[in-house]
Each structure stands twice: as structure tokens, then as C-alpha cells.
Design a protein around this ligand. Structure first.
Ligand code: MEV
Length: 423
């Protein structure tokens, strides 16, 4: 067991690695080599990455791929995706191409309102608190003037400040529920700074501030995307049956949370990949989207499927609080590149693109699940991954791939096939 260490953050990177190797790693030489292999040879770029977080000792790469042929609201996009899971980018590309021949995706931002709250305890009379709030409201706005000045120039700022009584759920608990427009920035720092400034002027002997923080539940920062076509255009032989199965798949996810979680995980395969590639906060998006999926009190599908007069419509409605300026979006070279690939979109346009990526991914998953099964698509990449793990060379890979054709890919099966080739 390693001894506790103090002053760790003050050690140099090499000293941190030495400490780690001595205390936790078996083959210290090899471990140090692995960490160094992932350092960037461009020192300035490495320093940039070192400075993103604390105690950086290396970089953790993720594959960065692109899915071309997306048509959204009549415009063509190639969507960058950062994801480690095989088949996701391929599925996105296939679905994009499929729908681009049928008018493409339609997407619309419904609203962009973001939320922050000052949570506080108050034991006095509610009427007194309401009077105090009314008297203080202007001062709350004034307290944030320096922070909101620039945001207001860009068309954003504080939309409203509301006093909310939550005492029926928790004794003495009230909040200032504040709504914001943050235009093209995700706005986390802006919102939190505003809230802390408000809390400072709102607190008194009776108002006991507990915390001030933005909410990642943003049901009013909403975007909708859909695709639609005649059922006959969905499938070469039996479009009506295919459409029905898709409808049933969504219906199952609406009544069965076990399935809904996996269904929505497929949606998030597309969403997270673009959120990460554009330098946005995927934990915030994940938390907000899943809460939205459970807004009725039951966890349900994020997508909808409708067949009406032989027209199939597949759609999604999700909250996405995104930014295209500030934070990592403006500092990580690959995030900047991703945004450039997307034509430097506004936050609203990015909401539309990312909603489409989620919808496309869900369409691909349900199409596979209700027809061939999911494994067919996964097997090819699974085989490549196993062969890489077994350090097969190019010739061995080719021979094993041929030998495995039509067979279910399992680790032991691939080992056996490779042994045969090597023999
Ligand atoms: C795998 O990453 C995602 C799926 O499980 C989604 C789904 O089941 O709908 C294929």
C-alpha cells in the first residue's frame, strides 16, 4: 500500500510518473515508456493538454472519424466523431447516405433557455421572503452587470429571476430559479458567476445560502430532428413490414425501461461522439438527456416513430446545452477543426447537427436489430480488434479474416484460426 503523499501537485511531470511507477506499477520501465509514447512531440501542444487538467502525466487518445453525406435542412455536412466503439461511424455514414436520397433530415431548435439556481434555506414567513425578493430583484440584476455586459452585447443575458418555494419537498428550502440565454457559448462559467454574484447580495441573517450552480437539466434548451418518407422507400422488398418493426421497437422502449436505456444508449453513441469532437461537455449532455427521457416519471425512448397514411416518420426531441465559442471549443485544436469541418456553426446549428447524429444512430441500431441482428455489423470490427490484440501481421489478418467468413467471431475461434495460419 502506497503512503499518502502531500504536495503531489507541485512535483514535476517526471517526478509524478516516478512516484506512480514506484508505488503502483510492476514493470516501471515499460509503464513509463507507454506514458511517454502518448506525449506529443510538439511541446507547445503538449503543454496545452497538460494545462487542461491537473496532474497530467500523458494523453489518452480516442479515434477521431468522420461520417460524410449528412443532409440537414437542405445543407450537406460531414460530421466529425470522437468515439472508441466500432461500427458507430460506419452506421452514421450509411444512414446519412440512405436519408440524403430521401430529402435528408429536418431539424429545428425549439428553445435555448438555460437554467441556474441559488439554493437557500429560510425559516421565516413566506410572505416576508416574497417582499424581500421583490425589493431585492433589481439589485440582483445590478450585481451581475459587469458579468452580463459582454453577453448582452452578443444578444444574451439573464432572462428572468424567480423565487421558488420548495418547502413542500424539503423543510425551509427555497431557490432563486434563474433563466439565461447564453447565445453561442455553453455558458457554464457565465451562469455560475452570475449566480454567485446574486447569492452574495441576497444572503442575510435569515437567508442561508447553501449553493449556487447551473442546472444541467435544461428541458427548455430543446431541439427536434426528424426524417420521413413513404414506407415503400424504406426497404427494397417489404417497406411496410420494416416500418412496423421499427415502430414496435420504439413502442417497446417506451414501456420497458431495460430496453429504453439500451435504446437511448444507442442514441448517445451518436450524440456523445460529436459532443466530444466539438469540445463540449458530454457529462452535462448525458445527465440532461437522460433526465429528459424520464420527465414523465418513467424512463422512455428519446425517439419517436410514426406511420400515418403509409408515411414513416422517425424523430427525436432532446435538450442539448452546447457551445461553439469559449471553453475547450476554442482551445483544443481538434475541437476547432471539428467546428470548421461543420462550417463553424452557431450553437443552434450545432444542436441540430448533434440531434441528427443521435437520431441517425438510433435508426441504424433499430434497423440492424429488427432485420439482420446487431452482431453482423459488429463482427467485422470485433475480428479486427481481436487480431490487433493478438498482434497478427497484415498477411495473418487477411488469412484469418478469410477463414472466419460466415462464422461467429469469438476470441477462442480467432486464436484457433490464427494458430492454424501461423502453423
Ligand atoms: C450499442 O452500442 C448500441 C445498441 O445496443 C443500441 C440499441 O440496442 O438500440 C446497438
Amino acid at each position: 500500500m502506497a503512503a499518502l503523499i502531500s504536495g503531489f501537485s507541485k512535483l514535476t511531470k517526471t517526478e509524478k510518473i516516478d512516484w506512480l511507477a514506484q508505488n503502483f506499477l510492476q514493470n516501471t520501465k515499460e509503464a513509463k515508456e507507454i506514458l511517454r509514447t502518448y506525449w506529443n512531440s510538439d511541446e507547445k501542444l503538449q503543454q496545452l493538454h497538460d494545462d487542461f487538467i491537473e496532474n497530467t502525466i500523458s494523453n489518452f487518445y480516442m479515434p477521431y472519424g468522420i461520417a460524410p453525406n449528412f443532409m440537414i435542412n437542405g445543407n450537406h455536412y460531414t460530421i466529425p466523431m470522437a468515439i472508441e466503439e466500432s461500427s458507430v461511424v460506419a452506421a452514421a455514414s450509411l444512414v446519412a447516405k440512405f436519408w440524403s436520397n430521401k430529402g435528408g433530415f429536418t431539424a429545428k431548435v425549439i428553445n435555448t433557455v438555460k437554467v441556474g439556481q441559488v439554493h437557500f434555506m429560510y425559516q421565516g414567513s413566506k410572505a416576508d421572503l416574497e417582499r424581500y425578493f421583490s425589493a431585492k430583484k433589481d439589485e440582483l440584476y445590478r450585481a451581475t452587470k459587469d458579468i452580463t455586459k459582454n453577453m448582452e452585447k452578443r444578444g444574451g443575458g439573464i432572462l428572468d429571476i424567480e423565487l421558488r418555494d420548495i418547502t413542500s419537498h424539503l423543510e425551509n428550502y427555497y431557490q432563486l430559479h434563474v433563466t439565461f440565454e447564453t447565445v453561442d457559448s455553453m455558458g457554464a462559467n457565465f451562469i455560475n458567476s452570475c449566480l454567485e454574484a446574486m447569492a452574495n447580495v441576497f444572503k442575510n441573517n435569515e437567508v442561508e445560502i447553501v449553493m449556487s450552480i447551473l442546472s444541467n437539466y435544461v428541458p427548455e434548451c430543446l431541439v427536434k430532428a426528424s426524417v420521413s418518407c413513404h414506407v415503400d422507400d424504406l426497404h427494397p422488398t417489404d417497406g411496410a413490414l420494416f416500418a412496423k418493426k421499427m415502430e414496435q421497437a420504439v413502442a417497446i422502449a417506451n414501456v420497458e425501461p431495460h430496453r429504453a436505456v439500451t435504446h437511448n444508449k444507442g442514441v448517445m453513441n451518436g450524440i456523445d461522439a460529436v459532443v466530444i469532437a466539438t469540445g463540449n461537455d458530454f457529462r452535462a449532455i448525458e445527465a440532461g438527456v437522460h433526465a429528459y427521457a424520464a420527465k414523465s416519471g418513467k424512463y422512455k425512448s428519446l425517439t419517436k416513430c410514426q406511420i400515418k397514411d403509409d408515411v414513416f416518420t422517425f424523430s427525436i426531441e432532446i435538450p442539448l446545452a452546447l457551445g461553439t465559442v469559449g471553453g475547450l471549443t476554442s482551445t483544443h485544436p481538434l475541437s476547432k477543426l471539428s467546428l470548421e469541418i461543420l462550417g463553424n456553426p452557431s450553437a443552434k446549428e450545432l444542436m441540430q447537427i448533434i440531434a441528427v447524429a443521435g437520431l441517425a444512430q438510433n435508426y441504424a441500431a433499430l434497423r440492424a436489430l429488427t432485420t439482420t441482428g446487431i452482431q453482423e455489423g459488429h463482427m467485422k470490427m470485433h475480428l479486427v480488434n481481436i487480431l490487433n490484440q493478438l498482434e497478427a501481421d497484415a498477411e495473418e489478418k487477411e488469412k484469418v479474416t478469410l477463414a472466419m467468413k460466415g462464422k461467429t467471431v469469438s476470441y477462442s475461434g480467432v486464436v484457433a484460426a490464427l494458430e492454424k495460419v501461423r502453423a
